[in-house]
Each structure stands twice: as C-alpha cells, then as structure tokens.
Design a protein around this ligand. Structure first.
Ligand code: ADP
Ligand code: MG
Length: 697
C-alpha cells in the first residue's frame, strides 16, 4: 500500500503560511500563530495579513503572492467570504497541502455546501489535498517539526500515538485535558467536514509513518466504511487502530422489509465490521486513550490470566469484577509464588489473588510483591492498586513499581492525594502512565488481546463474477413485485447456482387448487401468495402438515377467506413437502450504505425480531468468522448439541452461510435477502422453506 505522499506535507512541512493571521488577541488568526510560535515550529513561517506589518514578532506578508519562497503547507483562517480567493492564490503558488480552518460551509446548509464543493473541485484539479473546512488544525509534536497549528495553547508531550478527530470540540477537549490525562501524541488532526481528506487517507498515511505506533480516531460517520475495512481485509493495516464512534443511538435501518434489515441497525453494522477486522471500538475517550497507552507504554500481555496486588480490599474487588466482566481470568498463583509472597505479606494480609498488603504495605514490599506476581508462570499481567494511606508516600510506591524490569505488563492504579499528580509529572524518572480507577486496566488488557487475536492473517472470501447475468436481474426487476422482491423463478435459479438447499415448491394458480387430478405427496404445506404480502403468517396464509386432499381444500378455503377479509388479491398457492422442523434458522443479508454487503446468521422462524438471537458480519468472511457467527448465537450452541443431544450437521449449515455470503459478494444487484427459515430436521437434512431476495432499486 502507498499512502498519498502529499499527506506527508501536512505533518512534515518545511514551510507554512498562515493566511488570515491576525494581531487581534483571542482571534483564531492570532491564537493559531501564537501556538505555532510558542510550540517552536522548526520550519519557515509566513503569516499573511493585508493590514499588519508584523504579528508576534514575525514579519507579515500583505498577500500570498508576496511570499517568494516555496510553501509546503497553507493554513487558512480567513473569513468565509475570502476563503475561495485564498485557496486560489495558494494553489497558484503550487502548494499541495491546505488546511481550511474557516467554518460556514457544508455544516451550515446547502449554500455552504455549494461553496465547499467549488473549493474542493479547484483543489482536486490542482492535484492538491485539503483538510477541513470547519476544523481546528493539526499538530506534530516530533522534535524535527514541532508544529502546533491549532488554536489550543496546550503543549502536547511527544508520544507514538496519533489522534484523528472528526469533531473540533472533542479535539480541543482532549488537548485541553492533556496535563491531567498525560496523553502523549506524535500527531493530531482535526478533520472537520472531511470535504477531501478523511479517515481513510490518514489511516493509510499513519500506517506508513514509522513515528506512529497506535492510531486513534474519534468519528461521527464513516466516509466510506467499505473502503475503510477493505484496508484491513487486504492486510494493509497492521498497527493497532482504536475508534470511538459516536452516534450509537442512531435508529435502525428505516422501513426495513426483511427480518435481516430490521435487525441490522447502523450501529450494529459498525460494531460488526470493526470487530470482524480487529479494529478496537472504544466506548469513551477515556477508554480510547487508556488503550492507546496500553499499546504504547507497556509490554503486551500474552494471555488473559491477571494477578491483582493491592493495599485495600474494595478497589481490588472492583478490579477482579472488571477482569471477570472482560472475560479475563483472575490468575491462580502457584504454590511457590504464594510461599515467596508469605515472606513479605503480613499474616493478616492475603497471598491469594488479589494479593493484599494491607494499608501498611511499604514501597519496598509493593515492589517485591509485584515482582513475584509477575514472575509466576500462571500470570500474564499484573494490576497493582495503591490507595494512599497517611503513612506511606504514593510517589515512592509508584516509582518503585515503575523500576521493575519485567516482560509482563504491570498496570498501576493509583488513588492518591491531589498533590501526587504534579509531583509525579515533574519528578518521575519513568513517567509511565497510571490509571485512576481499578476497573480501567482490565478493559485495556481485553482490547489488546482482541487486537492480538485478530492480527493473524486470514483468507477472506472475495467477490467473484456474478453467477447470474445482470440482464436477468434487470428483466426480472421490471417484473418486480410491489414489495420489490424478485419472483419465484429467478429465485430458484440463483439459489441453484449457489447450491442453496431450497425446498421443492410448486406454484398452483388459484383456480387449479380444486382440480382432482393434482398429484400430491402428503403431508404438505400450503402457502397463499400475493405481491402485496411479505410475511405470510401474518395473514394466516401458511398451513402446515396437511395430510390429505380434504384438508388441503379446507386450508385453501381458509387462506382465500383471510385474503378476502383483508381485501388483498390472492394470486395462487405454493405447495411444499411438509418437513418436521427440529430447528429453524435465519440466514440473511443486506447491503449497508457505508459498509457494503453484510451477512446475518441466527435463530429463525416467526419470532426472529423478538428473540434477536443473531450475529452480523461483513460478507467478506473467512471460515473462522463463520465458526464464530455460529458460536456467538444461542441457537448455534444448541446446534452443537446440548444435554447429550447429537450435534446438527454443522458443515451443511456452514456451507449455506458460505454460499450466501458469496452470493452477496458476487451480485451487487442484490440489496437484501432473507432465508427464514432454514429448517434443520431430525435426520440432519436442511432446507430453506422460505426465501426472499430484493434487488437494488
Ligand atoms: P412467512 O412468510 O410468514 O415467513 P414461511 O414460509 O416462513 O412464511 O412460514 C412460516 C412458518 O411455517 C415457518 O417459520 C415454519 O415454522 C413453517 N413452515 C413453512 N414452510 C414449511 C415446510 N415446508 N415444512 C415445515 N414447516 C414449514
Ligand atoms: Mg419466513
């Protein structure tokens, strides 16, 4: 993979101009110049303002044209009405990287959107790239650059984490909190309206930048979820990526006409896609940066067995609870470890996990106990908790533990007096990040283990050629039923080419049902069919286990009645063999507007929405994903056999999931499909007895 080399100019410019620099304190044009100067930018700086001779000791240029040197990066803070002119001048100068901080574009309505688009087209035509508009700038803390082109005056410390924020306010809030949170950055970028540069460009760039080891994102939308996850599918992204995605409460897909669509809210799609490709989804800013610190500043845990060391009972219980909640394991300390601990821990203290030194625990004891715990072969990571009592100084305890050399991570939770933090920041030799709450490290560990587990290279299914000609779809879609679903014939064809186990169905026109010459192998199921009806059961139009002609005619009469009562035209009947269901499954899929083809597996039947026992994934599956989809659902566990029951023929079921996913990947014309139910019988045979496929309009 090759990132756009122009993106590099945003973070590593040798020269920058600030168009709209101002001498008015507190104005953005002033504050941004001040941030740049105070942070100590190492390159050349050209402020531009038609009316000022100099600002903050820098010579001001009246126009961009007056600058006779090369400009790598232009930062534009002029009022909206001058934005287009400024962009014109900068492009004429040959600058390829522009940050448009000015607001008042797409975010304000259609007029703003038009102007934004106009500017974007000019930038595109010139082969340049644009960050923003409506953003708060960017930062590179690295010594060679030292650029703080934001209007937040805080001075971020150098780290190996990079942070992308779609919201300027969230970006500012994080920067404002740096002294408290000890977050260290290499790069920060506020993306604003993402007119041109989006999370995808930055993801690619940071992957190639060796100064970055962890990427963090605050997103409100995915510009193109499918391309984003594609980078992971192709194996291009190998660094940890942590995303805080806002907008969880977004409604489900509106007016979904299939079960699968109704169950696939956009937030579920985001969750599914991120989870599948090893992208960590954080639930809060705190978790986002705690996790990045976990990657950046600690050895990586190799397993899930956690020892807790403490001087107080309560916080240790909370820590153990969080370990269990995160599906980690409280470590079982070896007899040897416990013996060694006993030499240090007083008789009233505990040498079981959590190891409790009691409030009297000294800095030396804390160090020794942490060392012993970390050395135990049954331990993968240690959480050390220190609540400051009057007699033991927090700083000494924390530094003593920091000095331990271990291949395993030791996460320290400290609950000290307020003075501690300043002293730690000033005097600590190690400056290893600390946690403030006993529940935090477990989440960090589970996020890291998730990433490590997903990191292995996997073979995802790739789209192939459509097995059904697009023209067939088109002819068929012109005949499409009112509900948008394709007709019976083509449905049979497509399910056949994908080897999907469709039950034999015969269509009987309305008037022929009474013919005595009908040859039927009872028992059968009779279904009333109409263009207008999606869920037949709702009209009581599915009659099962019909044993003879008499019952068949009764059933047909009853279905006819139900349709008449509801004023819906009945077009005919489907007759299928009745098979005795042991389990009813759902396999469905839909094309998400951002993340593309998705696949769902779970419990099926009439009550799918009520039980919602389903697992959703991108259709770019690998075999492990299919395994996981089954394992994650309750019906999957039942299929594997409970209470001595014989397991179902899982290979057959996996094949249906596999082929359905392939069908979705191969045929962009398919918008949605539902196989509900796929019936699993006692004799292990499986049949799809009800299928719907909907085409893209
Ligand atoms: P709907 O349009 O309401 O989804 P279905 O065709 O899925 O109609 O049938 C509803 C229910 O009837 C199924 O969930 C299943 O329990 C039962 N059923 C349908 N077809 C058969 C069949 N061929 N054999 C046995 N049971 C069936
Ligand atoms: Mg059904």
């Amino acid at each position: 993979m090759k990132a756009d080399s122009k993106i590099k100019s945003f973070f590593y410019p040798s020269s920058i101009c600030v168009a709209g620099a101002s001498s008015k304190e507190k104005s953005i044009g002033y504050e941004i110049l001040r941030s740049i100067k105070e942070f100590g930018y190492t390159g050349k700086l050209f402020p531009v303002n038609p009316n000022s001779g100099s600002i903050l000791g820098s010579k001001c240029f009246k126009t961009i044209e007056d600058i006779h040197e090369k400009i790598d990066l232009a930062i534009i803070v002029v009022p909206k009405t001058f934005a287009e002119d400024s962009v014109d001048s900068i492009l004429k100068k040959g600058t390829k990287a522009i940050v448009l901080i000015t607001a008042g574009f797409k975010e304000t309505g259609s007029e703003g959107a038009v102007l934004e688009n106009k500017i974007l087209q000019k930038v595109n035509a010139a082969g340049a790239r644009l960050v923003g508009p409506n953003c708060m700038g960017l930062i590179n803390t690295l010594d060679e650059i030292k650029l703080n082109a934001t209007f937040v005056a805080e001075k971020p410390a150098v780290g190996r984490t990079a942070f992308f924020s779609q919201s300027g306010a969230i970006g500012a809030a994080v920067l404002n909190s740096l002294r408290d949170t000890d977050i260290r950055f290499a790069h920060f970028i506020s993306a604003g309206n993402k007119a041109d540069i989006s999370e995808i460009d930055i993801l690619e760039f940071w992957q190639t930048d060796e100064n970055i080891s962890v990427m963090t994102f605050y997103l409100e939308s995915f510009e193109n979820g499918e391309s984003f996850i594609n980078k992971f599918i192709q194996g291009d992204i190998t660094k940890p990526v942590i995303i805080l995605k806002a907008g969880r409460s977004e409604e489900g897909i509106k007016a979904a006409s299939s079960h699968t669509g109704a169950l696939g809210s956009s937030d579920r799609v985001v969750n599914a896609a991120l989870d599948q490709f090893g992208i960590i989804r954080a639930e809060s800013l705190n978790e986002l940066f705690n996790t990045s610190k976990g990657f950046e500043n600690f050895a990586l845990p190799k397993g899930s067995r956690i020892a807790v060391v403490t001087n107080a009972g309560g916080p240790a219980i909370l820590a153990i609870d969080s370990i269990v909640k995160e599906k980690l394991t409280p470590a079982k300390l070896s007899i040897f470890t416990k013996k060694k601990l006993r030499e240090i821990v007083r008789a009233e203290g505990s040498v079981e996990n959590p190891v409790d030194l009691l409030p009297g625990g000294t800095p030396e004891q804390f160090k020794a106990v942490n060392e012993i715990a970390a050395a135990d072969e049954n331990v993968d990571a240690v959480i050390s908790i220190f609540v400051e009592p009057v007699m033991v100084p927090a700083f000494d305890v924390i530094e003593n533990i920091n000095s331990i050399k271990s291949e395993k991570p030791i996460y320290q939770v400290v609950m000290p007096l307020p003075e501690f933090w300043e002293k730690y920041r000033r005097d600590s030799k190690y400056k290893i990040p600390l946690f403030r709450n006993p529940e935090e490290p477990a989440k960090v560990i589970s996020n890291i283990l998730f990433f490590e587990k997903r990191k292995v290279k996997r073979n995802y299914f790739q789209p192939g050629n459509s097995k059904i000609k697009s023209t067939d779809f088109i002819t068929e879609s012109s005949k499409r039923t009112d509900t948008g679903f394709i007709g019976h014939k083509i449905l049979e064809r497509i399910t056949k080419v994908y080897n999907l186990p469709m039950i034999q169905s015969d269509f009987i026109p309305l008037e022929e049902i009474t013919k005595t010459s009908l040859k039927i192998n009872f028992p059968v199921v009779l279904k009333g069919i109409s263009k207008k009806v999606i869920h037949k059961s709702e009209l009581d139009a599915v009659k099962v286990n019909i044993k003879n002609k008499e019952e068949l005619l009764l059933a047909a009469g009853s279905i006819k009645n139900n349709f008449e009562k509801n004023n819906i035209e009945l077009e005919g009947f489907l007759i299928q063999p009745f098979i005795k269901p042991k389990h009813e499954l759902l396999i469905g899929g839909f094309r998400d507007k951002s993340f593309g083809p998705m696949i769902m597996f779970g419990g099926g039947g009439k009550y799918v929405e009520v039980y919602d026992d389903t697992c959703l994934k991108s259709a770019c599956l690998c075999d492990d994903d299919i395994e996981e989809m089954i394992k994650k659902t309750k019906i999957g566990k039942i299929l594997e056999g409970v209470r001595g029951e014989k397991p179902a023929d899982m290979e057959k079921i996996k094949n249906v999931i596999r082929s359905s996913a392939q069908m979705m990947l191969d045929n962009p014309d398919i918008k949605e499909f539902d196989f509900n139910p796929l019936i699993v019988c006692v004799d292990d045979s499986i049949s799809i007895v009800d299928a719907r496929i909907k085409l893209v309009p």
